[in-house]
Design a protein around this ligand. Structure first.
Ligand code: PLP
Length: 416
């Protein structure tokens, strides 16, 4: 169905419902739409950066996820990309949602999603946000400390709690353990403390770190959750929910790694939580769904060439989108992104070491710490960055007065 969601579905936070998606031409790809938009802007004498969100990608990612992990229900991590259209389509596809705050809860509930399809998966929540979850009937809440249990006992005693445990994440691009996850040795105590407070713990969760590089991390964490289930049952909790968190890769070309993760997860699930034991398995994928949805086009607004010793030329290109805009997370990625250059060269161009800066007056506003190799470019040239749907617009700011990047949502003609 065409996702022409009525505006009332926005919910309490949503005054930002973007316009209806662009319908792609019969043979037009999202990449071609990017080029068309560049052309239109150029004709109009404009250079504004923009993104195209190919919303059809969501359905194919969903299908890939369910095919590889048929026993796992995805609860999409809203923080990754909270665009109303992304959430609307995922809700229509039937995913659940992992929310981190009252704002995200209200955005998802506002789309008509049942509270039973939501997990409030932030182990350290503000009291008012816990109260809000209780008011809206959102019952699944994660925790990893005794202090959080005390807050939940007072403000949401009917919650169904999920104990988040530490997972091996040292090989992930974005480790999370330093901040969240109870150590296995403290779980028995936490489960007992919950019992004494009259709280129901229904399961265990973990996060192997975002953009996980080691599929075996899931195996270890699932085995650890099995131990937590045993501990919980020993003190009288009805343990029935295993939450695998996120960490799945999202860029094009990462299919093999995802398949490998799925194989590890399916085998570990069969070993530790075999079918027929009544355990529901969910996951909280974010970048897996969102990363390949968006492509960004940015413009070179300034340039400096310098001559290094030995007559080596170096370039600095200043782009109109950077660290304080949609590309904040680039600096934490181990490998610099190499953009596609939208320019024709008469022959194979010579490449130069280049630094890509964002537009603000902060010297640390750059896209990577390492230089990238690019041809000589000019002010006004366009660069394209694919795979920018995860943790980009949701982390943007208007620092230095640069507006949040415009996103053109697009769907194929079959969705009309
Ligand atoms: N769940 C939780 C609790 C998270 O903190 C995150 C990301 O930070 C995710 C899920 C999504 O992770 P990913 O984008 O790696 O799938």
């Amino acid at each position: 169905t065409h996702p022409g969601g009525p505006r009332e579905q926005l919910g309490a936070t949503g005054s930002l419902w973007p316009s209806e998606p662009i319908i792609l031409g019969p043979k037009e790809s999202a990449r071609q739409l990017v080029l068309r938009k560049i052309q239109e802007l150029t004709i109009a004498g404009r250079q504004d950066p923009f993104m195209v969100a190919d919303l059809d990608v969501l359905a194919s990612r969903h299908q890939t996820f369910l095919q590889a992990l048929p026993q796992v229900q995805p609860f999409y991590a809203v923080k990754c990309n909270s665009s109303p259209w992304v959430l609307f389509i995922l809700a229509a596809l039937g995913t659940g949602f992992d929310c981190a705050s009252q704002g995200e809860l209200e955005q998802v509930l506002g789309l008509g999603v049942a509270p039973s399809r939501i997990i409030f998966a932030n182990p350290c929540k503000a009291i008012s946000h816990i109260q809000n979850a209780a008011r809206h009937g959102v019952q699944l809440l994660t925790f990893d400390s005794e202090e959080e249990l005390a807050k939940v006992a007072q403000h949401h005693p009917g919650a169904r709690l999920v104990l988040r445990i530490e997972a091996r994440d040292s090989q992930s691009t974005f480790p999370l353990n330093a901040k969240f996850g109870a150590q296995l040795e403290s779980c028995a105590h936490l489960l007992q403390a919950a019992r004494e407070l009259g709280l129901a713990v229904v399961g265990a969760s973990f996060h192997v770190g975002s953009d996980c590089q080691t599929p075996q991390s899931y195996r270890q964490a699932i085995a650890d959750c099995h131990r937590v289930f045993e501990m919980g049952r020993r003190v009288g909790h009805c343990m029935s929910l295993l939450d695998l968190g996120g960490g799945f890769p999202g860029t094009e070309g990462s299919e093999a790694k995802f398949e490998e993760m799925a194989t590890v997860i399916n085998a570990a699930r069969a070993q530790y939580f075999p079918e027929g034991t009544g355990v529901q398995v969910i996951a909280e994928p974010g970048r897996f769904y969102a990363e390949s949805v968006c492509t960004a086009a940015v413009n070179i607004i300034a340039k400096k060439a310098s001559l290094e010793p030995g007559d080596h030329r170096k370039m600095a290109y200043y782009l109109n989108e950077g660290y304080y805009g949609a590309f904040r997370i680039f600096l934490r990625e181990p490998v610099p992104r190499i953009p596609i250059v939208v320019k024709e060269f008469p022959s194979e161009p010579r490449l130069f070491p280049c630094t890509l800066y964002g537009p603000t007056c902060d010297a640390s506003d750059k896209l990577s710490l390492k230089e990238v190799q690019l041809p000589e470019l000019d002010v006004g040239d366009w660069l394209i960055f694919p795979d920018v749907g995860a943790y980009k617009t949701s982390m943007s700011s208007t620092f230095n007065g640069f507006p949040i990047i415009t996103v053109y949502n697009a769907v194929g003609p079959q969705l009309r």
